[in-house]
Ligand binder design. Structure first.
Ligand code: PRX
Length: 654
């Protein structure tokens, strides 16, 4: 996070108690949460066991709640059996078949709705289609789709038959897709002929073809949804249209009974090495937490229209679009396109049109929309909105206050939810009827989540405002189970630092005098660009893969809208480009990185030098590079610099 933001949140002392009106109408009251907190403290396992029994439909009850015998590979409800799709669809379709499950609006304004009965039938037909292709439990299925109802249908269908999906964000490149296909050893790719975004068409099937040209022998079939009617190549033996696959298929498909620990999905996220990590989640624990947090944090009621703007390519789109709200029987809004297309009021127009009651988005979107001015939101009737949420990065108080005043009209609680791909669901967040909020703080852990801040020796940081490692001290049901295919990396990344005792989130945080948590940012080489995690190494590997580049180092730099921008220092193999040549090279490299990883990884700035600053032992001096990128006074000791003359080049002075 940028220093200015840190500075402003350090000074932040405003507090907003829930309004009486909200408290009066809230579904769950303060006392309900007090009871939950007491129970979680007193008998942790019984607390989770009761929640699991009361909230999930088990085909077979479990006898053991938490198995710690292979810690830190914890297992939850191990001998229980369930089906996630059954819990999201069948349980609701049987009692409220006509309740809307999905309201979909596409970028061009097309509308579609699915009731729970419709959704169950569509998911069942598609499940039968996948079975016809030979998909078996545990087979991996890649979903590389636009943000359309079929993406959710595909995820739910995998869950229904026990296949393990891995959704790859549609904005990722063919190369990124190929790496994920190979790492997961996937058998099927589900994609579309294209996706609409900002008036353009993103050629998903073309990228899939490019990915599959490069050693993806594991893939047997590609299922293609007709979305944009672009002309695309179809390989007769390998590719099949979605419509053709489900043609004549029964709208009934039994949900298979699966062990609680059956992997539900793998979702790749960036770490501090160049290779993304396949975060693996299990069925039972994940769906329990996704459902509960939807109910608790968003005070979900029967008539709510819940809109989480995240794409299903990210964890937020898993837990608060495709799974959690459906498990809770909610009506969700989904929108396919860009937030400001064809005009800056598009989000607010959707809220008005579909009477959205709960709106959950990322600070980067809030900042971008705030910049467009108040006239846009003021032109729409936003009175249906009763609760606002934010996720993905620390929110600066200025954006928080704008969200509170201009969108929430000072009536809606704002839930600032801290969590991660690895945690599966929200961990630290206000409960809207209970917790007073403070702009920029995710407040306090949810009942049953034992978050703490500790110092280098593992002792709790008790001093207010003193930073430390954010850790979770007890396992929780929706925790990641491992990194797909690399359990050593799982243990090393998340547990080893404190003797396998605590889960280490990779964030630093501090607590204020009221015990509220304030997230300060990542402690590893991971950037948070527009709320998306990107490893500096990933961008560096992409840059050095260019034939003309010898070395690269990437650091984060505060960015007004994105939160963090990407600043790259590049050493070319040949002569260092200057003036126009440098500009031309920058265009080439930005496009190159977009091709290698995806447009989100494009560096905002590139600076060329003859060398990178290294210590005598050869380590790149990243802190120095960070200071230079931010135009800060250099306070680092540069006496160990091998070649001091490059300093001017790095500063852009030469
Ligand atoms: O640094 C934290 C930040 O996002 C990271 C997790 O990224 P990802 O796995 O992509 O998941 C994003 C959506 C859950 C965290 O380690 N982060 C997430 N939420 C917040 C946050 N930082 C501050 N405040 C938040 N509410």
């Amino acid at each position: 996070m940028n220093e200015k933001t840190i500075e402003s949140i350090l000074k932040e002392n405003r507090s907003f108690a829930p309004t009486q009106n909200f408290v009066k109408k809230a579904k769950l009251k303060e006392s309900d949460f007090q009871d939950l907190r007491i129970k979680a403290e007193e008998n942790y396992e019984e607390y989770w066991a009761d929640l699991a029994r009361n909230n999930i439909h088990w085909f077979k009850d479990f006898t053991e709640t938490l198995d710690s015998s292979n810690a830190p590979n914890y297992e939850w409800f191990t001998d229980g059996e369930l089906n996630v799709s059954y819990n999201c669809l069948d349980v609701h379709a049987s009692i409220m078949p006509n309740k809307k499950a999905i309201i979909f609006e596409s970028e061009d304004g097309e509308l579609k709705t699915f009731t729970y009965k419709d959704l169950l039938e569509e998911v069942s037909a598609f499940s039968n289609g996948l079975l016809k292709l030979g998909v078996q439990p545990m087979d991996r299925v890649i979903i590389y789709m636009p943000m359309v109802p079929e993406a959710i249908i595909a995820m739910q269908a995998c869950a229904r038959i026990g296949a393990v999906h891995s959704v790859v964000f549609g904005g990722f490149s063919a190369n990124a897709l190929r790496d994920r296909i190979n790492d997961a050893g996937a058998k099927i790719v589900i994609t579309a002929d294209g996706a609409y975004r900002g008036g353009k068409i993103i050629p998903l099937k073309d990228s899939t073809d490019t990915a599959l040209e490069q050693d993806c022998e594991c893939i047997e079939h590609v299922v293609v949804l007709k979305r944009t009617n672009e002309s695309i190549a179809m390989d007769e033996k390998r590719d099949i249209w979605w419509d053709r696959l489900i043609h004549g298929e029964s709208k009934h498909c039994d949900a298979v009974s699966l062990p609680s620990e059956h992997p539900l999905f793998i979702l790749y996220t960036s770490g501090s090495t160049g290779k993304p990590k396949g975060i693996q989640h299990s069925a039972g624990g994940y769906i329990l937490h996704a459902k509960l947090t939807n109910q608790w944090v968003f005070d979900l009621k029967d008539n709510d229209v819940f809109w989480c703007t995240a794409d299903v390519g990210w964890i937020t789109g898993h837990s608060y679009v495709a799974y959690g709200p459906l498990a809770a029987g909610a009506t969700i809004m989904i929108y396919e396109g860009a937030p400001t297309y064809p005009h800056g009021g598009r989000f607010w127009e959707i809220c008005q049109k579909h009477k959205v009651t709960i709106f959950y988005t990322a600070p980067t979107a809030i900042r971008a929309l705030m910049k467009l001015g108040d006239e846009l939101p003021n032109a729409y009737d936003l009175s249906s909105i009763r609760l606002l949420g934010t996720v993905g990065e620390p929110i600066n108080p200025e954006a928080w206050i704008w969200y509170h005043k201009t969108i929430g009209k000072e009536q809606c609680p704002i839930v600032d939810t801290w969590w991660q791909t690895e945690t599966g669901g929200i961990m630290i967040s206000p409960i809207p009827s209970e917790t007073a909020t403070k702009p920029g703080s995710c407040t306090i852990p949810l009942p049953g989540i034992f978050a703490d801040i500790i110092d280098e020796s593992g002792n709790p940081v008790t001093e207010a405002y003193q930073g430390g490692y954010l850790v979770i001290k007890k396992p929780w049901p929706s925790m990641l189970r491992t990194i797909w295919g690399d359990n050593d990396r799982y243990v090393e990344t998340y547990w080893e630092k404190f003797n396998n005792e605590f889960y280490v989130a990779g964030d630093s945080a501090h607590r204020d005098k009221d015990g509220y948590f304030w997230i300060l940012g990542r402690i590893d080489d991971v950037l948070n660009v527009s709320g998306h995690r990107l490893g500096t190494m990933e961008v560096e590997s992409a840059l050095v893969a260019h034939p003309e580049i010898a070395e690269a180092a990437v650091v984060g730099k505060p960015h007004e809208i994105k939160g963090e921008g990407i600043f790259a220092y590049v050493v070319p193999k040949g002569k260092r480009p200057l003036g126009d040549d440098a500009e031309k090279m920058t265009v080439i490299l930005r496009n190159w990185v977009a091709e290698q990883v995806g447009p989100i990884a494009k560096p905002d700035e590139i600076r060329y030098s003859d060398n990178l600053p290294k210590t005598r032992s050869g380590k790149i001096m990243r802190r120095l590079l960070r200071s230079i990128a931010r135009n800060e006074k250099i306070t680092q000791d540069i006496s160990t610099l091998e070649d001091e003359s490059i300093l001017e080049q790095l500063q852009g002075k030469d």
